[in-house]
Design a protein around this ligand. Structure first.
Ligand SMILES: [Ca+2]
Ligand SMILES: [Ca+2]
Ligand SMILES: [Ca+2]
Ligand SMILES: [Ca+2]
Length: 269
């Protein structure tokens, strides 16, 4: 989409032995370090709507979905993951994706997925993006690798000025000391069981009673009752590029961890 020049760099960073992908797009102007806020303004109404971060077998189908006004430009917006490293328990930028080149589809959705998206079948079903949603390949091959089996916070920010590997919480007290962006548009933390790692969002999903992922949700989506966890070896709840209505920023219900676990268990019955 568009004709903006995008350079793609794959960087191996010292974050729990995962491969991080940095997508750098056109340079953003006027960067400054500002105060984060818990939601987005009406003018910047943009939400994280769905995430597939793990699956049974190779993680070939990872994606993130954003939701906002139909046709809205994502210029200046970044999708950022904050987790740990092999030696530091929190505040490390694990991934930063510049979304500037893309726009939301006619249904207000955008999906960023890896090139191998759609490769895996569960019960004869493969993932496809809803035709009303825009989508784009992030990186090359199977390189969009969200960290597995650990607590990770996902942020949607405007004008990110940090770097992958940067430690935003040197004291590891659960509060970010450095906010290298102009505006925090949305956030959600995926939480594993018995984790001592910090999370950096008041909106959480997990942990689940799912030993395959250490309790971390392999997939989750947002609707007007909050975030819900999906399945590890099934696409039954995945809706890349489509799906249920998404509430305005700041309106989502934060499900307690116990409620999420109970919800997941009910679904399995
Ligand atoms: Ca992957
Ligand atoms: Ca993964
Ligand atoms: Ca730290
Ligand atoms: Ca969806």
């Amino acid at each position: 989409m568009g004709n903006q020049r995008i350079s793609v760099q794959a960087a191996h960073c010292a974050v729990a032995a995962i491969t991080c992908t940095v997508i750098t797009g056109p340079a953003s102007a006027g960067l400054s370090i500002g105060n984060g806020s818990s939601g987005g303004s009406a003018a910047t109404s943009l939400r994280i709507a769905e995430l597939r971060v793990d699956q049974q077998g190779a993680d070939t189908d990872e994606y993130f979905e954003l939701y906002g006004a139909p046709g809205m430009s994502l210029a200046g917006c970044w999708f950022v993951a904050i987790g740990d490293s092999g030696t530091d328990p929190g505040g490390i930028v694990e991934m930063a994706i510049d979304l500037s080149a893309w726009t939301l589809g006619s249904n207000g959705r955008f999906v960023g997925h890896e090139a191998t998206f759609g490769a895996t079948a569960f019960n004869g079903q493969m993932l496809v993006v809803d035709p009303a949603g825009n989508h784009a390949t992030i990186g090359t091959g199977d390189s969009l690798n969200f960290e597995n089996s650990d607590s990770v916070t996902y942020l949607l920010v405007r004008s990110f000025a940090g770097n992958v590997g940067m430690d935003l919480d040197p004291g590891n007290d659960g509060t970010l000391d450095t906010l290298p962006w102009n505006e925090l548009l949305d956030s959600v933390a995926f939480v594993r069981s018995n984790s001592t790692d910090s999370i950096y969002s008041t909106v959480t999903v997990g942990p689940l009673k799912l030993t395959s992922t250490g309790g971390m949700p392999p997939h989750a989506w947002l609707d007007d009752s909050g975030w819900h966890a999906g399945e590890y070896a099934s696409w039954v709840y995945d809706s890349p590029g489509g799906g249920p209505a998404v509430p305005a920023p700041g309106a989502a219900v934060t499900l307690a961890a116990s409620a999420c676990a109970a919800l997941s268990q009910r679904r399995k019955r």
